[in-house]
Design a protein around this ligand. Structure first.
Ligand code: SAM
Length: 233
């Protein structure tokens, strides 16, 4: 599938599950997703631009956490899926510092060097090719700015003696299908986690793209990882 077809498929998939997205996130992760996003936002650094880009912002939970922790920042919340952003907007009616905009992470409608941090939670896995997103992120980051990624680890690693892998491959798609009535969406989730590179390979990918000071940390036994990378100053 070419990248544009993939992009259309992904955005319509998220449009279709937007209503159920928050509930299923909390339910399927047993509430751990709230803690994972909290940990992601702790890695953020503010700076002279006064702005943070939350890419693949979805229903705006990371954007809200950024503002809770850094009330003086402007948060640019960009996502491909209009329905995900609309669902999120209902949660930010009294938060004028969050700016939701429909946009493709591979062609950001932003000037160069306009933000100090880019966050992306459970989004980079969905963008193909990732190198195009890295190029755009480097362009919009101020020199020395940070990219902070929250993403699943590769589903190929055996976790909790295989219990997590069984849950991912067999249980999660069935529960997702039952609630969201979308047979494709939660199978897609499991498939993309399985296909996602190991954290050390992602670190290499970020280095090859032009980032430095790259590090990563596993959370919840490696179910998810936080990656931090810096634009050279
Ligand atoms: C799993 S959701 C994550 C949403 C949110 N960050 C969170 O933590 O819940 C992935 C999001 O990535 C968005 N997305 C996928 N491809 C994208 C692209 N090329 N540009 C922008 N957003 C994209 C989808 O529309 C979807 O809202």
């Amino acid at each position: 599938m070419n990248p544009n077809e993939h992009g259309k498929r992904v955005s319509s998939l998220f449009d279709n599950i937007a209503t159920w997205y928050d509930f299923l996130n909390h339910f399927l992760s047993l509430g751990q997703d709230i803690y994972w996003r909290y940990r992601l936002v702790r890695t953020l650094r503010t700076g002279s631009t006064g702005a943070v880009l939350d890419l693949a912002a979805g229903t705006l939970d990371v954007s809200r956490e950024i503002l809770r922790r850094h009330p003086a920042q402007k948060v640019l919340s960009l996502d491909f899926s209009r329905a995900m952003l609309c669902s999120g907007k209902k949660k930010v009616v009294n938060q004028p510092s969050i700016f939701p905009v429909q946009a493709d992470g591979r062609a950001l409608p932003l000037p160069d060097a306009c933000v100090d941090t880019v966050t992306i939670a459970f989004g980079i896995r969905n963008i193909l090719p990732r190198t195009e997103a890295y190029g755009e992120i480097l362009r919009v980051l101020a020199p020395g700015g940070r990219l902070c990624i929250l993403e699943f680890g590769t589903g190929q690693a055996r976790i909790w003696q295989g219990a997590y892998n069984f849950y991912l491959g067999k249980v999660l798609p069935r529960i997702g299908r039952f609630f969201s009535k979308n047979p494709e969406a939660y199978q897609y989730l499991a498939d993309t986690i399985l296909a996602f590179p190991h954290a050390s390979d992602l670190a290499k990918e970020l280095r090859d793209a032009g980032f430095d000071k790259i590090g990563y940390q596993a959370l919840s036994s490696g179910i998810v990882y936080i990656h931090v990378a810096q634009k050279p100053s």
